[in-house]
Ligand binder design. Sequence first.
Ligand SMILES: Cc1ncc(COP(=O)(O)O)c(C=O)c1O
Length: 280
Amino acid sequence: MGTYVWDGEQLIQREHAVVDIEDRGYTFGDGIYEVFRIYDGQIFAESLHWERYFRSALAIRLQLPWTAEQLSHGVHNLIRANTLKEGIVYLQTTRGVSPRNHSFPSEQVRPALIAFTKTLLRPIEQMDRGERIITHPDERWLRCDIKSLNLLPNVIAKQAASEVAAFEAVLHRDEIITEGSSSNIAIVKNGCIMTHPANHLILHGITRALVIQLANQQRIQLKEEAFTVNDLVQADEAFLMSTTSEIMPIIQVNEQIIGCGIPGPLTRTLQSAWALLLPL
Ligand SMILES: Cc1ncc(COP(=O)(O)O)c(C=O)c1O
């Protein structure tokens, strides 16, 4: 983690940042977060991340005392203070500190914000080779479009993946694949990409949205339609999408090899188009 963190007002040294035991993020998971990708010291797709952050705040009726400009200014300052070149900014906001009681605190209670940076390099080797994933039941609530701090089902799914040295756990509601524990997913069948529609059952990933644009530009057919576990294991290609993993080819699902067991041609085309978006 970088030396400094930002608390919504000022930069402070990481060791001086504390969480109150009555912070509603701590007691209820009552808050939201965003993860921004930094390439060459610049925030990638910044406005899309702020739009989603404000959408999440609205969805949980969290009244933010900051404007988008103030938030952006604070995060840019943090990146500069920590001289971050390649990595992420994690920013979370809770409904503030108040005696534990489920209903919202009074409007005088100020939301609590914390943002920190972490150096993280692009997973070049993994994107080149492709990764193995597992499937796992989707045990989450019905507002997965909110980037909420409540990530327990995601944590449990990712742990199941870690325990078998898999890269990701891809979630299914009954037979329908929704998304990964911290990524979106797409498959390719007969030249057509399919990814779950952006509704309440998935997080509306920024990477996913940009991949859809790239597919359109490249004249690759793409349908925002649900597909099944069986469709996934029988896909010609499959890939994950996320801010930190970019476009990550999937070469194995559980025991089943996908396609030829190497990243497929449409996945490669999208990866190349993606690289052109980056300020590197
Ligand atoms: C559940 C979930 N889905 C999808 C994504 C990918 O979203 P993005 O591309 O905005 O990083 C994430 C990112 O963390 C996630 O946690």
